[in-house]
Write a protein that binds this ligand. Structure first.
Ligand code: PLP
Length: 387
């Protein structure tokens, strides 16, 4: 297995023990009675959907959430029999597939309901809809004003099962002030009451993403949609700080990053002082410099914003990125790591020796969030589950 890695320029290692720890942390938090649904959209946040779905099932996730019907079909065709909720839009022409293949799927408008009505489904088929309620995120969701009309229409539509209702919080991650979330929670409760009064036995409710799952037990309801946390990443610094304040627990014992991204040094060269490095000549050496070339660029998902900003671990030390990140290559400064040799392993995200480069650090350096850093890792990079 390790031998075969020499055949790749780059690969991603997924730590099963870290993943198991993270899932265990959330199971303990939400209890046995609440459905834990692993959100594996966007190639499992860049971690590799096959590996993560297998680990999720093995370590106690009950079901999956995805964005698209294609993602749901990939899971089914790979043999996963768990419930799958499609949270993103389904082209109306593909609704029949969604029903016939027995997915749960989001509905947030009349048009979908009418399209379901027109499908004229086989007798034994039920559309399992999860109605998304607008509570203040103003993304998907049916507004309070449209709800009564929708419910009337729903009653008249055969073979549509209102399996659950849900909502999504707008402002938990970016703040330690949770007033807006409390307001959304109150709106959700009110809408749920409206639906019950209209004669629908509400079977399930869900609202919590990772941050809500960690900070607000009252939002767990019957199911939690667990995304970033299962991968060992915090939704934000604010969430981490609030968790520490609430529990006085060490964050390291809670979550451990699952992903390590590696490559190898494939050229080393010494250039004189005053040499420019890379496109646009944005870096100029100030001394004789030992450069290392890595076969990684922005097409692999190493953000171009890390040009002259990022660090790579070599021999347990940080080597600074020099010049612009290219499409498939980058240059790093090995002048202070004289022991570095050709073919040495280099770590782009993760730990090596005592040093660590986290997705959060890279996100801070290029002005984004850890979610984007991992979600954009090229799906073609091989993912390998390690102990
Ligand atoms: C992606 C997503 C989640 C997961 O959010 P995390 O912050 O990664 O836990 C939950 N719910 C919906 C609707 C989503 O789109």
């Amino acid at each position: 297995m390790v031998e075969s890695l020499f055949l790749n320029n780059t690969w991603i290692e997924i730590s099963e023990s870290a993943y198991a720890q993270n899932l265990g942390f959330f199971r303990k938090l939400i209890g046995k009675g609440t459905e834990l649904s692993a959100v594996v959209k966007a190639n499992a946040y860049g971690h590799g959907w096959q590996s993560i779905a297998r680990l999720a099932a093995k370590h106690g996730a009950d079901s999956f959430c995805v964005h698209s019907i294609d993602e749901a079909q990939r899971l089914r065709r790979a043999g996963f029999r768990q419930n799958v909720l499609i949270m993103g839009p389904i082209p109306l022409r593909r609704l029949r597939e969604a029903v016939e293949e027995n997915y749960r799927f989001v509905v947030y408008n009349h048009e979908t309901l009418r399209a379901l009505h027109r499908l004229d489904l086989p007798q034994d088929k039920l559309a399992r809809i999860h109605l998304k309620l607008e509570t203040g995120t103003h993304r998907q969701g049916i507004a309070e004003a449209d709800l009564a009309g929708f419910l009337t229409e729903l009653k008249a539509t055969r073979q549509v099962l209102l399996e659950a209702v849900y909502t999504h919080f707008a402002d938990i991650e970016d703040t330690t002030n949770y007033d807006y979330s409390a307001h959304q929670r109150a709106s959700f409760d009110k809408l749920v009451d409206t639906i019950k009064t209209a004669g629908f036995p509400i079977i399930r409710r869900h609202a919590a993403c990772t941050a809500a799952a960690i900070l607000f037990p009252e939002t767990h309801f019957e199911m939690v949609r667990l995304g970033i946390g299962q991968y060992g990443l915090w939704p934000s610094r604010e969430t981490m700080v609030s968790f520490q304040e609430q529990t006085a627990r060490s964050v390291k014992d809670a979550l451990r990053p699952v992903l390590t991204w590696k490559t190898r040094l494939n050229q080393i060269k010494t250039v004189p002082a005053d040499s420019s490095v890379g496109y646009g000549r944005t870096y100029k050496t100030t001394r004789e410099t030992r450069l290392g070339i890595l076969p990684i660029g922005y097409s692999d998902g190493y953000d171009r914003g890390l040009s002259n900003q990022g660090y790579i671990l070599v021999r347990g030390k940080r080597a600074p990125v020099r010049g612009r990140i290219c499409m498939n290559l980058m240059m790093i400064d090995l002048s202070d790591i004289p022991e570095a040799q050709l073919d040495d392993e280099a770590v782009l995200i993760g730990r090596q020796g005592k040093e660590e480069i986290t997705a959060d650090q890279l996100a801070a350096l290029c002005g984004t969030i850890n979610y984007e850093i991992v979600a954009r890792l090229n799906p073609e990079i091989p993912r390998l589950v390690v102990g």
